[in-house]
Design a protein around this ligand. Structure first.
Ligand SMILES: [Zn+2]
Ligand SMILES: [Zn+2]
Length: 173
């Protein structure tokens, strides 16, 4: 098996036939701004590769370890991602005209890598939180408020008041 390329020669044209495969593979570079798939751990997938009229349907659970950065306090932490894929690889002649972003059966093979990358990226959290009650950082001094209050005073100027005092200063010009 070259990378994640799977031969489906014995399935093509036989709707209803299927094969189950297990995948353990590192997929470096699967990431969003604050989340990434751990590139030192293997992604695990148990996939059913099934022949359907339009091509090959790939379904099954996928899971992997993730490294995340909290969207509030920026602390790094580990978690995992779990998802189910259900993707069709179309055989030539079955893709609707103009559809560019479909997975395709190429020759007698399907390449699972791009499909897995796409699916995992979509499952990564957009705003990871180290914990739901994370207090985040002080907007003035950057202190991590999870470790207690900072020295910033309550009367530090709120942007709304700053705008008001600027207007007043103009009026009093
Ligand atoms: Zn946090
Ligand atoms: Zn502060």
């Amino acid at each position: 098996m070259h990378d994640l390329t799977v031969s489906v020669a014995e399935l093509l044209g036989r709707p209803g036939e299927y094969r189950d495969i297990s995948i353990n593979k590192r997929l470096p570079g699967v990431a969003t701004t604050l989340a990434r798939l751990a590139d030192d751990q293997e992604l695990e997938a148990d996939l059913r590769i099934e022949s359907v009229v339009e091509g090959i349907l790939v379904t099954g659970p996928v899971q992997g370890d993730t490294r995340l950065q909290c969207a509030r306090c920026l602390a790094e932490f580990s978690s995992d991602v779990q998802l189910r894929v259900c993707e069709l690889f179309v055989t030539p002649g079955h893709d609707a005209a103009g559809e560019d972003d479909v997975y395709r059966v190429v020759g007698v093979e399907i390449d699972l890598e791009q499909m897995l990358r796409d699916a995992v990226v979509l499952a990564l959290p957009l705003k990871p939180l180290c914990r739901s009650e994370c207090k985040g950082l002080c907007a003035s001094c950057g202190h991590d408020l999870n470790y207690g209050a900072c020295d910033c005073k309550d009367d530090d100027i709120d942007p709304r008041w700053a705008e008001l005092s600027r207007l007043r200063a103009q009026l009093e010009g």
